[in-house]
Design a protein around this ligand. Structure first.
Ligand code: AMP
Length: 112
């Protein structure tokens, strides 16, 4: 499968890894939108939030267990934002489910 994030997880494309366990990979966004901007992805290929099912949702739970750990390790004591773009209206550009973790500054109240 020609998937950028699958290649990053496999180590075929370099990334700035922040955290990894058997289900989850977290790395720094190449084009950061905040002082801390990480992407948390399932190792299993899931195309987007639209493809989450009862069969694969444990991968999503594993991501949400990992997020507080990486947020604490990055010193995001003031809070952070989690965003997942799903589909063209949301400008999803990489078709592998990912959660942006943004922080390290006062974020805008605007969500779009
Ligand atoms: P989205 O637009 O929600 O699909 O987010 C995709 C994100 O992947 C963007 O924020 C990109 O900056 C980021 N991105 C694209 N290629 C890479 C890469 N090679 N390493 C790290 N982040 C990347």
């Amino acid at each position: 499968m020609d998937c950028l994030f699958c290649k990053i997880i496999a180590g075929e494309i370099p990334s700035s890894k922040v955290y990894e366990n058997d289900r989850v990979f977290v790395f720094r966004d190449i084009n950061p939108q905040a002082p801390v901007h990480m992407l948390a992805v399932p190792k299993e290929h899931i195309g987007s939030a639209d493809e989450v099912t009862a069969e694969n949702s444990a991968a999503v739970a594993a991501i949400f267990e990992a997020i507080p750990k990486v947020a604490a390790a990055e010193g995001l004591t003031g809070g952070y934002r989690i965003v997942s773009n799903c589909g063209p209206d949301a400008c999803q550009s990489v078709k592998h489910l990912h959660f942006h973790i943004l922080g390290g500054k006062q974020l805008s109240e605007k969500m779009d």
